[in-house]
Ligand binder design. Structure first.
Ligand code: NAD
Ligand code: IPM
Ligand code: MN
Length: 370
């Protein structure tokens, strides 16, 4: 069988702790199932800055460009608060997204039945929740120019970030959202702020036109993004797929994370366009959470977001749907058994650390694979 090339970029803080649990699953799949994963490792974020003075080296960028998929842990932390803006840890992740053209970021927020009590919302509001946020990832205010801080010479400075969207960027992300909606609840809600932003006006027009031209079988709604945030915590189950821009998607997905119990639960897939010849798409899989400096090094981080990101990798990059389903089922079973890391702990459950949670999921995955 052909090799499946994976680049592992554990990063900083809890990134390496969570990645270690995925490494065990990869090793098992290679040994017991002949999965043929060939892994390489690289540095990103603060760890890369410490080693090379850049948030990712050219060598590791080249590896990322040639891998079948990249698994990314997390970057950042107080140690690098004062490094120059261009080489701060987060710049490594932004460069990966931009250079690999990973414009579509899928952030599923699923409330596992056993965790309905772990959410800060009432259990009946989140029980059975299954929404998908489709976040545009290579445009908007994250990358728009100019992006500057200028000294005005009168004791004042001016900071500028620029929100830019072109038609093609909105077309391709909304097409991804509509296509995915067809595979699930067949509903898309587009969120922008057309009441104050020109980019919101264009966003709304292009999503509407794309829908009319190619996806009129899907139900489309529009919401102003601030109201969307409110609706996400008022009645989250009203949503199926949400499509939104880079910045709103960042914020709304952290909100959605808490509906599922913890930021430590939310995986994501960052995908490029399929290659015209091979159909393959560049992809990076990353938990939604960050490096969690407050708990890093303590062995208590929840590895589920990272493991579930690997499940998305199996599904989207390698079409290993059975294995992806099994891994997600293994996570659900472990939660049903009452095994919990501290962030999702509840009365009557058994609290474990990162390694034990990883071991429990692997054991369950093995049992389901037998
Ligand atoms: P964070 O996601 O790192 O942490 C927010 C809170 O959630 C913390 O209390 C943390 O302990 C908790 N948390 C996060 N993941 C957890 C897990 N797996 N298990 C248990 N608890 C978890 O966000 P932050 O504190 O705002 O940012 C810290 C650093 O991470 C910053 O430098 C930020 O830029 C960076 N960051 C990186 C990424 C990424 O690499 N993809 C994403 C978000 C933030
Ligand atoms: C995320 C993170 C990143 C973002 C940072 C670390 C660049 O918050 O993936 O949600 O803002 O996109
Ligand atoms: Mn974020």
């Amino acid at each position: 069988m052909t090799a499946r090339n994976l680049l592992l970029l554990p990063g900083d803080g809890i990134g390496p702790e969570a990645m270690a649990e995925v490494r065990k699953i990869i090793a098992y799949m290679n040994e017991a199932q002949g999965a043929g994963f060939v892994t390489d490792e690289g540095l990103v974020g603060g760890s890369a800055y410490d080693a090379h003075g850049a948030a990712i080296s050219e060598e590791d960028m080249a590896k990322a460009l040639s891998a079948d998929a990249v698994l990314f842990g997390a970057v950042g932390g107080p140690k690098w608060d004062d490094v120059p803006y261009e080489v701060r840890p987060e710049a490594g992740l932004l460069r990966l997204r931009k250079d690999l053209e990973l414009f579509a970021n899928l952030r599923p927020a699923i409330c596992y039945p056993a965790l309905a009590n772990a959410s800060s919302l009432k259990p009946e509001l989140v029980e059975g929740l299954d929404i998908l946020i489709v976040r545009e990832l290579t445009g908007g205010v994250y990358f728009g120019e100019p992006k500057t801080i200028t000294d005005l010479g009168n004791g004042q400075k001016r900071a500028i970030d620029t929100q830019v969207y072109d038609t093609y960027e909105i077309e391709r992300i909304s097409a991804v959202a509509f296509e995915l909606a067809r595979t699930r609840g067949n509903r898309v809600c587009s969120m922008e702020k057309r009441n104050v932003m020109k980019s919101g006006v264009l966003w709304n027009q292009v999503v509407t036109a794309t829908h009319k031209e190619k996806f009129s079988d899907v139900k489309l709604d529009h919401m102003l993004a601030d109201a969307g945030g409110m609706q996400l915590v008022r009645a989250p189950k009203q949503f199926d797929v949400i499509v939104t821009d880079n910045l709103f998607g960042d914020m709304l997905s952290d909100v959605a994370a808490m509906l599922t119990g913890s930021l430590g639960m939310l995986p994501s897939a960052s995908l490029g366009a399929p290659d015209a010849k091979t159909g393959k798409r560049k992809a990076l899989y990353e938990p939604v959470h960050g490096s969690a400096p407050d708990i890093a090094g303590k062995g208590i981080a929840n590895p589920i977001a990272m493991i579930a990101s690997f499940a998305m990798c199996l599904r989207y990059s390698f079409n290993m749907v059975t294995e992806a389903d099994r891994l997600e089922k293994a996570i659900a079973n472990v939660l049903d058994q009452g095994i919990r890391t501290g962030d999702i702990m509840a009365d009557g459950c058994r609290q474990v650390g990162t390694v034990e949670m990883g071991d429990a999921i692997l054991a369950e995955f093995k049992a389901l694979s037998a």
